[in-house]
Design a protein around this ligand. Structure first.
Ligand code: SF4
Length: 328
């Protein structure tokens, strides 16, 4: 098995070092690997400020971890040679939340697709370049004749986002990091983008890291899910298990907050607030203790470790730590 991209106990602290009391821990002890022979879709879910986007930026090499490391094909990102860095930039592609930010309104969308082809020297002639553009557009379910030659504002949000996926595909990536790719798109068009991502995973063997606040779409397309709270992984496992039988009290709150068809069921989190990382002084104990309906005495003085509770699932909660439960 060859690992393409891996986070190994990655931390990201903003505003100072770990001993700086004003520092905010955005991500703590995050580990995840994408293996070439087993392409998967992994969703990272959590509220605003939970550290999801920092995870995406670390995996893309846009941010350097303050602890642990991000590896590309077994080498830490800072140690990559120029050639390896170029291969990393090709193998690991990004799709962002707001495609409008990527487009220059003065250029036709053809330009967006031509740039990576030129940058990576992927075509020897205009004919070859145009053929490649048509192929990636067709792969994401777009008719080249309908979108080429148009300006971004002449396309729907769903079309713009699928062009961003096509742009990522031009360089034949192994991993796509998609940060809230459908949150700015009409609900009616979301399915087209999500279906495209799923198809790329199944048919082209591309692994996807799907960053979202939306548990429902994470459930639709993912194989594995990671629930982040205040920068920490509180539950990780097979998506069916975590969504249908969440174990961590925070995962349970998230699942219960998904809109129900019943109009009397209000969509809100119990005790909702922004989970914006945690300051260094809060690092002892469970970061969820202030909101947890099942908080125990131990929860504020002992940090729960991520423990395997059943096959394909680990949870960071004292409720599943036999030693803590026995001592109650
Ligand atoms: Fe709740 Fe304690 Fe579990 Fe944290 S460790 S989620 S406070 S029960």
């Amino acid at each position: 098995m060859s690992t393409i991209l891996e986070a190994i106990h990655a931390n990201k602290v903003f505003g100072g070092g770990l001993l700086d009391r004003s520092a905010t821990v955005a991500v703590e002890d995050f580990s995840l690997a994408f293996v070439e022979e087993k392409p998967t879709i992994t969703a990272v879910v959590g509220e605003s400020g939970s550290g999801k986007t920092t995870v995406a930026r670390l995996m893309l090499g846009f941010e350097a971890p303050t602890g642990g490391e991000i590896q590309y094909r077994g080498k830490s990102l800072p140690s990559l040679s120029a050639g390896e860095w170029r291969a990393f930039r090709s193998d690991v592609q990004a799709v962002f939340q707001d495609p409008f930010q990527v487009y220059n309104p003065f250029y036709r969308i053809d330009h967006v697709l031509k740039v990576p082809i030129q940058r990576f020297g992927l075509a020897r002639s205009n004919k070859e370049r145009n053929g490649l553009i048509e192929r990636v557009l067709t792969t994401v379910g777009l008719q080249p004749a309908e979108v080429l030659g148009r300006h971004p504002h002449q396309l729907s949000g769903g079309q713009r986002q699928r062009i961003m996926v096509a742009r990522a595909l031009v360089v034949n990536p192994k991993v796509i990091i998609a940060d809230e790719p459908v949150s700015m798109i009409d609900a009616s068009l979301r399915a087209t983008v999500l279906t495209t991502l799923r198809k790329l995973n199944r048919e082209q063997g591309i692994s996807i890291l799907y960053i979202t606040h939306d548990l429902a779409t994470a459930y639709q397309i993912s194989d594995q899910i990671i629930v982040l709270y205040a920068g920490k992984v509180v539950e990780i496992g097979a998506v069916e298990k975590v969504i249908q039988q969440p174990k961590h009290p925070y995962s349970q709150l998230l699942v219960n907050a998904v809109p129900q068809p019943n109009p009397d069921h209000k969509w809100q989190l119990v005790g909702e607030h922004t989970a914006g990382g945690h300051v260094v002084t809060d690092r002892v104990g469970c970061p969820f203790a202030a909101r947890c309906p099942q908080v125990m005495e131990h929860c504020t003085d002992k940090t729960p470790a991520l423990l395997e509770t059943d096959s394909d699932r680990s949870v960071a909660c004292h409720l599943y730590d036999e030693a803590v439960v026995a001592a109650r």
